[in-house]
Design a protein around this ligand. Structure first.
Ligand code: NAD
Length: 551
């Protein structure tokens, strides 16, 4: 049996038996007009609601009418946000049943605007705020959290929000949005999720001068003081919830790599920007290779960007090649990076960070991306540098000249940061591009053919990864888990999807994707002796039953 609404606050209801308005004011318990006659009597709700017992379908229809009247995506977000703050079951019912329609509202691209304006839109506090001023007393914050159990924490310090840069405390929109996706896409019980922002200040002058900005008015904490605050938070969170999965989200480049290096093998955690992105991109590559029928061993990928996303993807491609039998030294040659100083190459070795060094090949130092394409002759280009338009007509034409079916992934978010639009990719390659994007694009008509480009959306992967890890009680998450997830997601792409130019399954199948990925990840945890929970006979079925359904 899936977890249902009434199971969720079982501890709270047994102890304190909320009644009347307390029920209506608790978003986890409130179901509004669908409370039955019997429930209304038992919970002291008679007369506090309109007399006619509504169906969930009628509730959904009413909300969709309201949402339909919202003129902009931001207005829709605010409406959904107030539904979530009053009746989570209804919010998740809307999100699950209309995932294609509302995911871009609760997450990218709308969440970018939500974060930018967070301090001006703020109405309800959700989750936990840990600030630099709380050093030494983070325990009190953790003890104040009402959730008895927490399965998943998504935490940010707001330094690199999407492709929008340092948004400080305003970045809180991201952990909130990601956890909504954990519940909608993978059935993580919403009562067991916790969004967290660690506010260490911001270097964003606009916010520091904004009278409504709600974060600390100081420059970012760095060095030891920063590390100690994060460590204190992690220690306290794990003291209270020892099996919690901590997902690092939208940290700045330096801290993201350092935190992953420090904690990856010690605790149950991962970084979605580095590892989740890698997994979803590799799944798209596997799909593209089913079209080209050219194996991974014969591919060469050039990344625009050499940050969290790009190096994460490059490293997972290398892992996949090694897993196929190639030596690591040889596999590294199949990926090259281009950063803000041009092509990452051997002549720059002395000034490169450790993550970039393995990808510095013996190539001339190109200082335009077009020259880098000409030098490296990639079969695929993957954009993750927030440089809109960087895949211009010349670059796309060059890729079309080099390859029968060029792989073009424009992954930067939000839409305004995409390296090229879907339309440009198909137009400049005469309809031959195998295209995926970071933000959604509408289908494209090109010379009588309709292409349905799909988003290389991390939500295909991270919720299922988290679900599997939580379900098995994994102690930590080795990088091979991300390869397992990529293979499972790619296996869901149908021939019909490929014929339409889609490298990912339809978003409407995202819960199925999470269940399948969750089961594979959990199975891997048991195989490698990483699991702390008992293994069920039928893992897929048991994972399905573990998933929360809004009803
Ligand atoms: P990051 O800050 O770690 O890396 C950015 C990289 O871009 C750096 O290596 C930097 O040197 C490079 N860069 C900056 N200016 C450049 C220029 N003019 N030319 C070439 N390179 C330049 O950020 P990140 O986490 O890697 O994210 C990058 C982008 O990828 C963001 O827009 C993010 O939203 C997007 N992203 C998309 C997905 C997805 O679609 N699934 C997932 C993760 C990240």
């Amino acid at each position: 049996m899936s977890v249902s609404n009434s199971d969720r606050r079982s501890t709270a209801t047994q102890d304190s038996q909320p009644r009347g308005v307390d029920v209506l004011h608790d978003p986890l318990l409130n179901r509004g007009t669908v409370f039955t006659e019997e429930e209304r009597d038992r919970l002291g709700l008679r007369g506090l609601l309109p007399p006619v017992v509504s169906t969930v379908d009628a509730q959904v229809a009413r909300m969709r009418e309201i949402l339909g009247r919202c003129p902009t995506a931001l207005d829709k977000f605010l409406t959904l946000d107030s539904i979530q703050s009053s009746n989570e079951t209804l919010f998740y019912k809307l999100l699950v049943d209309y995932i294609d329609e509302y995911m871009p509202v609760v997450y990218t691209p709308t969440v970018g605007e939500v974060c930018q304006k967070f301090s001006h839109l703020f109405r309800y506090a959700r989750g936990a705020f840990v600030s630099a001023q709380d050093k030494g007393r983070v325990k009190d914050i953790i003890d104040n959290i009402p959730n008895e159990e927490v399965d998943v924490i998504v935490v940010t310090d707001g330094q690199r929000i999407l492709g929008l840069g340092d948004l400080g405390l305003n970045g809180m929109g991201i952990p909130c949005g990601k956890l909504s996706l954990y519940t909608a896409c993978a059935g993580i019980n919403p009562a067991k999720t916790l969004p967290v922002t660690i506010d260490v200040g911001t270097n964003n002058e606009e916010y520091l001068n904004d009278p409504l900005y709600m974060g600390l008015r100081q420059k970012r904490l760095t060095g030891e003081a920063y590390d100690e605050l994060v460590e204190e938070f992690i220690t306290e969170a794990r003291r209270r919830w020892p099996n919690v999965l901590i997902q690092f989200e939208d940290f700045g480049n330096h801290n993201a790599f350092e935190l992953l290096k420090k904690y990856q093998e010690k605790i149950l955690c991962f970084n979605d920007d580095i590892q989740g992105t890698a997994s979803v991109a590799l799944a798209g590559i596997f799909s593209a290779l089913r079209v080209t029928k050219v194996p991974l061993e014969e591919q060469r990928f050039l990344f625009l960007g050499a940050g969290e996303a790009a190096t994460g993807m490059a490293n997972l491609i290398v892992d996949a090649l090694v897993d196929n039998g190639m030596t690591r030294e040889e596999a590294l040659k199949h990926c090259a990076l281009y950063d803000s100083k041009g092509l990452v190459c051997a002549s720059r070795m002395d000034s490169l960070t450790d993550v970039k060094k393995p990808f510095a090949h013996d190539l001339p130092h190109a200082t335009t991306f077009l020259d880098a394409v000409r030098a490296y002759k990639p079969t695929g280009i993957i954009g993750a540098a927030s440089q809109p338009g960087a895949f211009d007509a010349a670059v796309l034409k060059e890729m079309a000249q080099l390859n029968e079916r060029p792989i073009i992934f424009a992954l930067s978010n939000p839409t305004s940061r995409a390296e090229c639009t879907a339309e440009a990719a198909y137009r400049e390659t005469e309809g031959r591009a195998l295209y995926a994007s970071g933000s959604p694009f509408e289908p494209v008509n090109w010379e009588g053919r309709t292409f349905v480009p799909r988003q290389g959306n991390n939500c295909y992967v991270f919720p299922g990864l988290g679900l599997g890890a939580v379900f098995a009680g994994a102690r930590w998450m080795p990088s091979h888990m991300f390869l397992v997830a990529a293979r499972e997601l790619a296996a869901m792409v149908t021939e019909e999807d490929l014929n339409n130019g889609s490298l990912y399954p339809s978003l409407s199948r995202v819960r199925e994707a999470s269940q399948r990925i969750g089961a594979k990840v959990a199975e891997y945890a048991w195989e490698k002796d990483l699991a702390t929970k008992e293994r069920p006979d039928d893992i897929v079925k048991a994972v399905g039953e573990f998933m929360y359904m809004p009803r």
